[in-house]
Ligand binder design. Sequence first.
Ligand code: 3HC
Length: 303
Amino acid sequence: KGKAKKQAKGSSVSINQAAVLGAGIMGGGIAYQSAYKGTPIVMKDINQDALDLGMGEAAKLLGKKVKRGHMNMDKMVGVLGKIKPTLNDADVQSADIVVEAVVENPKVKKAVLSDLEKTLGDNAVLTSNTSTIRIDELATALEKPEKFCGMHFFNPVPKMPLVEVIRGEKTSEDTVNAVVDYALKLGKSPIVVNDCPGFFVNRVLFPYFAGFSKMVSEGISFAKIDKVMENVFGWPMGPAYLLDVVGIDTAFHCTGVMAEGFPERMARQEKDPVAVFAEAKRYGQKNGKGFYSYAPDRRGRLK
Ligand code: 3HC
């Protein structure tokens, strides 16, 4: 449709093997996308249930392609074979690029990234799929911050074209180029952005969520807000449904980081529905209940 095709940037790192840490919905989506576009990927988690969820996600996405006649069974098996689920750290060692996609908590991310850096080869590139945490903050845990940057995907990964590549103060140009090239290989549209809490998209999105939360805490029904935003305003998902897709636990962590980074715009409020639902473990699509309830395939909104 007349879209400009981005050129590969060229880097000294050639990416033949990827890894993703954290096999949630994001990890599973990233693994699917990488394997589908031809780069083998190791998906590592510390929890077998999460690995099963991530592999289930990838298999479901591929199954849909077979059912529609866009792929045959042999190809599907070939693509699935490019994803190696594992609980073992050693399986990540030979990756040329690693995408860390664990919980949105700076302490946990720093510990994971620091351990990871020690096991990777000298030339490997390390990235974080953090939604909001500054890259320079995460980089304080690393000995080679020049080999590190943000690689931020959007949910649902196979459907959302954008990837933010976040350049930290010490990130080298070679690292940025390698990550841009990998994003292009995944069929995504990368943009390179500078570092600050929330980067580009979440500086727009989270104040919008905060406005939504304020309306709900003032007594307006979330379903009504969604109805107006979807059916009348014309957006594909209203804010309540989008929070369920993003994950309310993730949104809660992100809101904390954004409130700290931009206190004047993002002050926490009383009866914030995101905080209330996170506390009640209503995490959205990922566990079947958030603002809405979901059928077992997690997609269908049951009103
Ligand atoms: N999860 C996974 N896949 C979904 C989905 C969901 N919640 N909702 C729809 N889809 C899939 C459908 O299964 C379908 O796949 P198929 O083509 O293979 O059958 C496809 O999307 C199209 O579905 P629809 O025809 O129902 O919907 P549209 O094509 O009109 O749009 C969409 C689908 C692109 C996902 C659209 O609803 C959209 O843009 N939603 C907003 C999503 C968004 O803004 N995501 C960013 C969240 S922020 C984030 O992730 C960052 C983090 O840091 C907070």
